[in-house]
Design a protein around this ligand. Sequence first.
Ligand SMILES: [Zn+2]
Length: 248
Amino acid sequence: MEKYKVMSFTNNKGSEDRLEKKRKGGFWLRKWDSVDVTYVFLFMGMHILAICAPFMFSWGAIWVALVMEVITALERTNILGERTQVSSHAGESRSGEYSNVPELKAQWFYRFLHSTYIWHKVSLAILLYILGGFPYLAWVMGMREVAIHHFTYFVNSVCHTWGERPWNTSDTSTNNWWVAICTYGEGWHNNHHAFPKSARHGMEWWQFDLTWEIIKFLGTIGLATDIKLPTEADKEKLKVRQHQTNKA
Ligand SMILES: [Zn+2]
């Protein structure tokens, strides 16, 4: 080990240093545009508010934050998200998966939502402040936003590191129960990678998947159509068999 370290140190020091500098420069020293600056302030503000939240305990604020957390998480990351193939799962898109994006862009309503996104947040913040003052702002715009963002990132980090892999996928995706609880079903991520088009992520009855229950309900009342699920043949192809794991 020591030998290897010395070797790589002497052979590659120059290029490694250059690479490191470039990596650092690429992140910190690149030209920042107004979108970057806006996001830095948005994320900093959100975290500062979240830190303040526990110091201003208010049942009203906590309830509003909880209810809005569920609604926002469900519609942003799950239902309006990739399960209906509207938005993207960063870095993991597969060909054809987001074929309805041009279709959405053609509708003025979705263009309006997209172009005025930041103002929805600003008006919500103002409304909350009028309703309940700073505690409402801290819990709903701070704690709730921070929780939603980190839970969403857990799907791409924790669910590629810790958990079960019942399906033979060519990646590192895992099913993680506690991420699944925090994200209303998105944590059954090995299931999702195995069957990316499936509207259902919790494949077993015990795999909590609130998003799937809501999609099922939307299907029953006719608001969701063409709901996709994996066939038994699809499952058979990817199932991890006991003898395979024993051999490996
Ligand atoms: Zn993934």
